[in-house]
Design a protein. Structure first.
Length: 143
């Protein structure tokens, strides 16, 4: 019985809100007002459209247009998972490669980016940092 009362209250509240807001007129629901004076969409910029609808306060504002390109999560040979995947570059070599310098890749081939990265974040794992390299090299203290 209680759920019926709640449902009825919700329906009445929704109907009253629709009538008060002017969105329900003669049984029709008005979704969006025409703020464009019936102009074709090709003549309206996205910023004008957003401002007219009022849902994007940042539309039409000038923001920096310079996009930066880089890598925010890069592992080197110091991380066990990257090392086991074949990555043999050290952090120093990774930074040199990101700056646009030529380095010798993990496959033994010389490589160089056509355009340097704007940034690089080395995110090697703290656990076992460099241990896998020592095991691979046969260091008796790690075997």
């Amino acid at each position: 019985m209680r759920s019926r009362e709640v449902l009825l209250n919700v329906l009445v509240f929704t109907a009253v809100c629709a009538l008060v807001s002017g969105r329900a007129v003669a049984g029709e629901v008005k979704v969006v007002d025409d703020h464009y004076d019936h102009r074709p969409l090709e003549e309206i910029t996205p910023a004008q459209r957003a401002r007219a609808r009022g849902y994007s306060p940042y539309a039409g504002r000038n923001f920096p247009a310079r996009a930066l390109f880089g890598d925010t999560h890069h592992h080197t040979a110091n991380s066990g998972d990257a090392f086991m995947g074949g990555n043999r570059l050290t952090p120093e070599e990774a930074y040199r490669f990101a700056r646009g310098d030529a380095v010798v890749s993990s496959t033994g081939l010389p490589v160089k980016l056509s355009r340097p990265l704007d940034f690089l974040v080395i995110s090697d794992h703290a656990e076992g940092l460099g241990v896998i390299t020592e095991v691979y090299n046969g260091n008796p203290e790690f075997i």
